[in-house]
Design a protein around this ligand. Structure first.
Ligand code: UTP
Length: 277
């Protein structure tokens, strides 16, 4: 049973400067809820109760959000506003939260490797909070992926078809379709951020993974790329050559909240859903 979810949240969020100078991108709200709370709720919906968060020294707001706020609670006690803290308080009481700091900015692969002491030697989920996904109730992307994991017991990446003019932002997979009722592929190749000309497919990896723990040793041996970053895509390619990695075309909708355009789109979508505009 997978119980742990790793949230790499140590990125600098430079696309959102100056907002990210003091506020973690993962704490940006879509309406009134921070991205990382949506993320934790998605993990809980997949029965993952152990939240392992990779942070850095500028991300203290994350720890405060998933902790009690006694002074604030006292202040609003007995008023209608108490209701506004009900959801987050329930999450804080139910889930466990552990943290580790990423000391060098060496990319997503390095962030995942940093999380190793919190995960140990067991399969785990990885969730990038800036990819905000919506899906049918009770069928979140992580929930869907864990169902696939139960069948194949190997690392799984969630994929989405993206327009070719966006492909340079993603890791891209090549694979053999193994189950067309489930849109699952056995990965045969992966390329990180190809040009449209070099992209073998438009099947892009999004910010959801199930990883088996051998990934940590592979990451340790993975060399940084041209930009000096250790890429999880490179480690997964090695893993796919040693055994099996599955790519799964998830059911649902994704907003790239790491970009200004995607963040605005998500805000508008949620506002419409909630009848605010
Ligand atoms: P991004 O690729 O969006 O990078 O990270 P970023 O630094 O957050 O943002 P920009 O590009 O400068 O605007 C995707 C996810 O991986 C985490 C981020 O926090 C985000 O959740 N991440 C990235 C880390 O935890 N550590 C890193 O070294 C890089």
């Amino acid at each position: 049973m997978i119980k742990k979810c790793l949230f790499p949240a140590a990125g600098l969020g430079t696309r959102f400067l100056p907002a990210t100078k003091a506020v973690p991108k993962e704490m940006f709200p879509i309406l009134t809820k921070p991205l990382l709370q949506y993320a934790v709720e998605e993990a809980l919906s997949a029965n993952l109760t152990n939240m392992a968060i990779v942070t850095n020294k500028n991300k203290r707001a994350i720890e405060d959000h998933f902790d009690q706020a006694l002074e604030l609670e006292l202040q609003i006690k007995g008023t209608q506003k108490e209701e506004l803290l009900k959801e987050i308080n329930a999450i804080c009481n139910y889930a466990t939260f552990t943290y580790i700091r990423q000391k060098q900015m060496l990319g997503l692969g390095y962030a995942i490797l940093t999380g190793k002491p919190l995960i140990g030697n067991e399969p785990f989920a990885v969730h990038l909070a800036d990819d905000l996904c919506t899906s049918e109730k009770g069928n979140s992307v992580l929930y869907q992926m864990i169902k696939i994991y139960k069948k194949y017991q190997c690392s799984i990446v969630a994929i989405e078809e993206v327009p070719m003019n966006q492909i340079h932002k993603y890791g891209v997979i090549v694979g053999d379709l193994i189950d067309n009722t489930n849109d699952t592929y056995r990965v045969t190749n992966m390329i990180e951020k190809p040009t449209p000309k070099n992209a073998p497919t438009n099947m892009a990896i999004i910010g959801r993974y199930i990883l088996t723990p051998d990934i940590f040793n592979i990451l340790k041996q993975t060399k940084p790329d041209k930009s000096g970053e250790i890429q999880i895509t490179d480690a997964l390619l090695t893993q796919s050559k040693q055994g099996y990695v599955i790519a799964y075309k998830f059911k649902g909708k994704r907003f790239d909240c790491g970009s200004i355009q995607g963040y605005v789109k998500a805000t508008n979508y949620f506002a419409k859903q909630q009848g605010i505009m």
